[in-house]
Write a protein that binds this ligand. Sequence first.
Ligand code: NAD
Length: 429
Amino acid sequence: MKQAQDASGQSVDAPKETLNPFEIAQMLIYNATRELGLPMAVYEYLKEPERILTVSIPVRLESGEVRSFIGYRAQHSDVIGPCKGGVRFHPDVSLDEVKALSMWMTFKCAVLGLPFGGGKGGVICNPADLTRRDLENLSRGYIRALAGFVGPDRDIPAPDVNTNPQVMGWMMDEYSKMKGYNTPGLITGKPMILGGSAGRGAATGRGAVICIREAARRMGLPLRGATAAIQGFGNVGSHTAMLLDELGVKVVAIVDARGGAYNPNGIHVPEAVEFYTQNGTVTGMSHTETIDTTTLFGLDVDILVPAALENQINMANVDAVKAKIVAEAANGPTTPEAARVLTERGVLQIPDILCNAGGVTVSYFEWVQNIQNYYWPEEEVNQKLEQMMVNAFNAVYKVMDQRHVSMRRAAYMVAIKRLSDAMGARGWI
Ligand code: NAD
């Protein structure tokens, strides 16, 4: 692994807290490869994405101005199958972030036993500054620029932060026009009418809640009456809240990018969803006090669900965390140092690559349905998701128990073992 260097090129001690998501991902792979006693060739194959594309996307905005946006796509590993992963539209998108997220996708697919590797994309932009037409032109421009790089057997994008089924629909349409025939298998998370899967919208939240349920069962924590706080109320946070609510969990606090809502007696979750849909924030909901992320992380709740962005639980706030379960619905929400503190304190952290894998699992189902041109009812999708999530949870929990490691380490060990088996079967190692 690379050592940190100062300006003169001298090696220096590692910084106090590792915030670069790419370095975090590399560190996790390195540790799991060593702990399993696998050849270091496995780490060499996995430490960098196989391919990265950087594109400039010129868009004529509705204002008449032409602006170029930078977009990325990283394909981390296709040793098990075609690459798979979302596309993020956000001002803070960086190449390192996209690389890290593509690596996480490889491990997520491997933990779940899906026949996919990892990919991820992003465009540096602030969708809030763009009109709907601008967003459509940017989405079409991005997929046009990537057309030779992606495809149903090669790399299959999906939604992520600030992208949604409509964006997927535009991208699928643009790609299909270029090909000259309908290609629903290019992309998942599409609107249902274009070959989207039933159950995809709620899938990531549903997967997270299945993990929380299994974790609580093993800890002897009854979910009815348990309390939860959720950071992020977009696709993942809102569905997680709804499904926890259905299980009788009291969701007492929610924060989003613009504020938050707190009620120690429990927030009315369906009302919060409606309020958020109308106002873009939960701040100002009736029967709630305003709350910020710092206060939310320190609440005395049973379950904490970070469902927003990376590095949210870090050395600055980890000591305040009181939850028994931290369910990482977001990607990389806990820094390694903060994760270590939580592990030492006996907090069960359900790692992102397992906790939020429900989305990619139903994306896999969507791709299978597109290829077969045969669509399953929602109950069937949910039942298959339940089965795959529980199997993955059990596999990870077993390694955690047997090896006395954190659940995160165990998840990486399960994933790397599968990746290493595939490398062996291909004759790479
Ligand atoms: P989204 O854009 O639908 O919602 C993001 C939410 O986070 C919004 O409510 C936003 O207000 C909030 N947020 C943003 N910055 C914040 C901040 N600084 N503090 C508090 N809240 C903030 O995104 P999403 O699809 O729900 O994704 C959330 C996380 O889950 C991301 O890490 C994403 O990579 C991960 N994830 C998403 C999926 C999926 O299927 N959508 C699958 C796996 C993982």
